[in-house]
Design a binder for this molecule. Structure first.
Ligand SMILES: NC(=O)c1ccc[n+]([C@@H]2O[C@H](COP(=O)([O-])OP(=O)(O)OC[C@H]3O[C@@H](n4cnc5c(N)ncnc54)[C@H](OP(=O)(O)O)[C@@H]3O)[C@@H](O)[C@H]2O)c1
Length: 258
């Protein structure tokens, strides 16, 4: 693990941060002080901003930032790499906060499907591997490592378009379906987690429309900056309680229909 991968509460810059100073850092005072926070997908737009905000906030002793190019690196399609990264998190102290900020909407030439005519088995499998199976395996390796007492949380970034109840436009089959699967996986895991760690929380969060690589080809000018999205998400993370575990919430903390 290099210095860059551990941005400490002393204020080391996290990788990929474009705006390191958060004037209104979220205090995260609902979590016991100290311990470890980890961001998976720290090279992404929202993940980098979350990493910086956590370092700036100074609440946790260590902020571990993982990506496909960190040390150790992880790839969501390689369970051994997820196990290694999870071990590194647990070795750093009490695991208080894990944010899975990975995700895929388009990759290479593969754009989200506009019609059933574009459905393709390999592309669907890839969407599920990255948006659902990979995060599920991270939950497998990390949820048993959350402390048995005191607030701790695993938050997986989902998307409102994964809501079946909210789907009025259709399209984006693979992304929508894989995010709906992620939501179900989070809900299942939260039920099991409650038996072991009653103070712990496992949730799916919708970050809002955010100006990142993922949204660039689609988002209108209304997408917020990643720095702002990170502040919103950490505010929700600070407010969520054990009774909210298993839920799907947006950046304001409002429940999103399944
Ligand atoms: N931006 C929005 O408007 C928006 C809206 C709703 C939901 N979301 C959700 O928010 C989350 C973060 O999105 P973002 O906008 O920050 O996207 P982003 O900038 O494209 O970041 C995506 C992240 O996922 C990582 N990733 C992709 N495939 C991976 C793999 N196989 N193994 C490991 N990491 C992988 C990327 O790593 P590399 O850097 O190595 O590619 C990157 O760190 C996603 O779950 C997304 O669905 C975003």
């Amino acid at each position: 693990m290099t210095d860059q991968q551990i941005a400490t509460a002393a204020g080391d810059a996290a990788p990929g941060a474009d705006a390191p100073l958060f004037r209104h850092a979220v205090r995260l005072a609902s979590f016991p002080r100290g311990g470890v926070a980890a961001v998976f997908g720290a090279s992404g737009g929202i993940g980098a901003a979350l990493s910086s905000a956590l370092a700036e906030g100074g609440h946790f002793n260590a902020i571990l930032c993982f990506s496909r190019s960190s040390d150790p690196a992880f790839d969501l399609t390689d369970e051994a790499s997820l196990a290694r990264a999870s071990e590194a998190v647990a070795a750093a102290g009490d695991v208080r906060l894990v944010i899975i900020a990975t995700g895929m909407l388009h990759e290479g030439d593969a754009q989200p499907e506009k019609s059933w005519r574009e459905l393709d088995a390999a592309r669907l499998a890839r969407a599920f591997a990255i948006n659902a199976t990979g995060p599920a395996l991270l939950m497998k390796h990390l949820l048993p490592r959350l402390p048995r007492a005191g607030k701790a949380m695993l938050a997986a970034l989902s998307a409102r378009v994964g809501s079946i109840g909210d789907n009025r436009l259709g399209g984006w089959y693979g992304y929508r379906a894989s995010k709906a699967a992620l939501n179900q996986l989070v809900h299942c895991a939260a039920i099991e987690l409650a038996r072991r760690s009653p103070d712990a929380i496992c949730v799916a969060l919708h970050p809002g429309t955010v100006a990142t690589r993922l949204s660039a080809p689609f988002a209108s000018a209304s997408g917020v900056a990643p720095v702002e999205a990170a502040r919103h998400l950490l505010g929700v993370i600070d407010r969520l309680k054990p009774e909210n575990s298993g839920g799907f919430y947006d950046w304001r903390g409002m429940p999103v229909p399944w």
